[in-house]
Design a protein around this ligand. Structure first.
Ligand SMILES: C[S@@+](CC[C@H](N)C(=O)[O-])C[C@H]1O[C@@H](n2cnc3c(N)ncnc32)[C@H](O)[C@@H]1O
Length: 232
């Protein structure tokens, strides 16, 4: 029976894929995933051990700040996927991390939700960041928020002032701005920085004052937690 399945494949380590993700990947007729202009897909790379003879549908997503480019890609991809679903095929869309957390799958879901759809959760990057740091994201009554480096300085500083724990996603191009915000809110010493969590090139910087003041890679984030916590 046809269905459109969003499959979260986790943050990078294939051992963090769920049994359910593997089952849906192995039983799919078609595997769809975003690729960059070099043809690389992080999600496909994570899931590669479970790809056999499924038909592959790479979707080229050019790096562009113009949201119209993304709209066109998702319009075209959802039309292609609709054709496959109309042929009674099961199409699994591979999604890095969780499919409903800052994820490309959400744009396809909104275009294809009139079909039979299934969403398989994946381990998200903030959870894997906390485990890589072996450091609790939250304790007791601490508050927690997730923002992105795409927010402006005022918004980031507001979050850093109001919340105990903050994860700042999409830190790559915003690294210098985020470091300034951490300094302005006296939270530099409470911040940790991570790149490529769970992958061969994982990098963790516990002392963010050591970071070069320049842009970092796309797969990077800051985790900020309170320096003093109660002993329980
Ligand atoms: C489009 S969002 C994808 C989030 C993903 N759906 C999730 O559940 O984690 C991409 C951002 O997630 C973060 N990210 C995802 N995986 C990561 C990893 N393995 N290491 C570091 N950051 C990661 C980075 O901040 C990156 O800019």
């Amino acid at each position: 029976m046809n269905s459109f399945v969003g499959v979260g494949v986790g943050p990078g380590d294939p051992e963090l894929m769920t049994l359910k993700a593997v089952r849906h990947i192995q039983s799919a007729d078609v595997l769809a995933y975003l690729v960059n202009k070099e043809g690389h897909s992080q999600a496909k790379e994570i899931a590669k051990n479970f790809i056999e003879d499924q038909e592959l549908l790479p979707i080229l997503m050019p790096m562009a700040d113009d949201s119209k480019v993304g709209d066109q890609v998702y319009d075209q991809a959802s039309a292609q996927i609709q054709v496959l679903l109309d042929q009674d095929k099961k199409v699994a869309f591979l999604c890095e991390g969780d499919p409903l957390f800052y994820a490309s799958f959400t744009y396809l879901l909104s275009r294809l939700e009139h079909n039979s759809t299934i969403v398989v959760p994946g381990i998200s990057s903030p959870q894997s960041a906390a485990c890589a740091l072996q450091h609790p994201l939250t304790m007791l009554t601490e508050s927690y928020c997730v923002i992105t480096g795409r927010h402006d300085e005022t918004f980031i500083e507001h979050a850093l002032t109001k919340f105990d724990s903050i994860v700042i996603m999409k830190a790559g191009r915003a690294r210098v701005k985020i470091l300034t915000c951490l300094e302005n809110t006296q939270r530099l010493d409470e911040a940790k920085y991570l790149e490529y969590i769970g992958r061969d090139n994982e990098y963790i910087q516990w002392d963010v004052k050591q970071l070069e003041k320049k842009a970092g890679p796309y797969f990077s984030m800051f985790v900020v937690t309170k320096a003093t916590r109660p002993r329980v």
